[in-house]
Structures are given as structure tokens and as C-alpha cells.
Design a protein. Sequence first.
Length: 133
Amino acid sequence: KSIFFAAINSLHNEEIYSKPAVLWTNSSPTSNFASQTIALASDNYDYFDLFYKQGTSSTMVMCTRVLKGYGTRVILSSVNSSYAGGLVYQRTLTRTNDTTYTLGDCSKQSGTTVETDNASLIPIQIIGYKYEV
């Protein structure tokens, strides 16, 4: 189901959390990702983890946790000798409802210059979790 399932199951106490569920998967994780609306498979979660890569060919995977009912902003700072002051990458996840979100374009900022860079912060998968009551 997910490359992240085994690691997640080992981190969660199964008496408190239900099993993780894949809510969304990027079908082209090695391609640029322009702004788009995504539909989650279910609203049966209390929070989810958004897994994303630094870039289209990157093997570095990062994760941001999002509570149900909210959006988030993914931010990555990078020091690069080609850019004075480094780079800041941002991609916003905006909630429409509990199953519909918009992942915006990725912006890259160096100093006061901001440009779109959809080859960065590539979403891979969203995995949801439900607290057991």
C-alpha cells in the first residue's frame, strides 16, 4: 500500500491509533507538480502526514503533519553558494473541506526575488490516522 506503512506502524501504539490509511498518492512523483486540487480518499482521519521530496529526482523524503480541518505551508530553507543569503522554497496546502485540498505552486525565494519552481517540494503521498476512542 505505502512505502511508509512499516515505519509508521512501528512508531504508533496500536492501542491508541487505528492503522494508517493512504488518503492520496501522487501518480507522477518524478515530474514537476503545478498547483492542483487533490481529493482525499476519505474524511475518516484526525490528522494526516504529507510526505514530499525536495525535488523531482531527489531521494530525500520529508514529512509535515496536518490536523484535520486545517491547511499548512511546507517550507524548506537551503544554503547555496550560488545565491546570496540562500534559498527558501514554499508550497501551500489549502483546505476546501475535509476531503478536498489545493496544493499550490512551489515558490523559490532568493533575497527579494521570488519565482515559481514546480520541480521542488514534490508531494508523494498523504497518509491519514484516526485516534481510537
